[in-house]
Design a protein around this ligand. Structure first.
Ligand SMILES: [Ca+2]
Length: 222
């Protein structure tokens, strides 16, 4: 069923002439369906594999299996350079067991500034030091939600379940972060770690259009 609608959407998008995000647009894709011991295998062509720091716990995901974070575990990523990708898109499915404050879902610790996609006062937000906090919005506990975050030259747009829910202007660009010293999913040093499940984590090399975010969401829900 989901594949049928996905094909229909793809056909519609192609018929309308919209450039549809494909594998070449992906920088990283963790399906959490393939591991080599404690290595999370990147399903994109770029072989940016992750490393499990802590317990490897798997369970049912939105597609295949998901990674279950126990509040102490995180997935570390190699220190990649984003200098060539000033605009990018983050997409993931989350099913939180708990929310909280300063709980990291995705963190990039840069040479020049930091990018924390996290929970603050039980709501989702982005703290992009030193530019400050983005808007906040709520997601449910114990249910899957699709989150996407699109960074353009001067704006960050948040999507929840395929729909835009918030946006804010920022003077910062991804390319301003300098060399990334630490990238992680689910936590890292110095901050509380996420407790709950994450599935289908993707970073795209460019800012996806609203129709493309909706199509990524529809890959799962139909
Ligand atoms: Ca999966």
């Amino acid at each position: 069923m989901k594949f049928k609608l996905g094909v229909l959407l793809l056909a519609l998008v192609l018929a309308c002439g919209i450039a549809y995000a494909n594998e070449e647009d992906l920088l990283v894709h963790y399906t959490f369906d393939e591991f080599e011991e404690n290595v999370v295998v990147d399903a994109s062509p770029n072989e940016i594999n992750g490393e499990v720091n802590g317990e490897l716990n798997l369970g049912d995901g939105v597609i295949g299996q998901a990674f279950f974070f126990d509040g102490e575990t995180f997935v570390g990523m190699p220190e990649i350079s984003l200098a060539d990708y000033p605009n990018l898109t983050l997409s993931l499915w989350v099913n939180p067991e708990e929310l909280g404050s300063w709980v990291m879902m995705f963190r990039m610790w840069g040479e020049l500034n930091d990018f924390f996609f996290m929970f603050l006062d039980d709501q989702v937000t982005l703290f992009w030091a030193p530019a400050g906090y983005g808007p906040r919005f709520a997601i449910p506990v114990g249910e899957w939600s699709h989150l996407a975050l699109v960074c353009t030259d001067d704006t960050v747009i948040f999507y929840l379940n395929g729909e835009e829910v918030a946006a804010y202007s920022t003077p910062k660009q991804i390319g301003d972060m300098g060399q990334l010293e630490s990238i992680s999913i689910g936590g890292g040093d110095h901050n509380p770690n996420f407790k709950g499940a994450v599935d289908d984590f993707r970073i795209y090399k460019r800012a996806l259009a609203p129709e493309e975010i909706q199509a990524v969401y529809q890959e799962v829900v139909q």
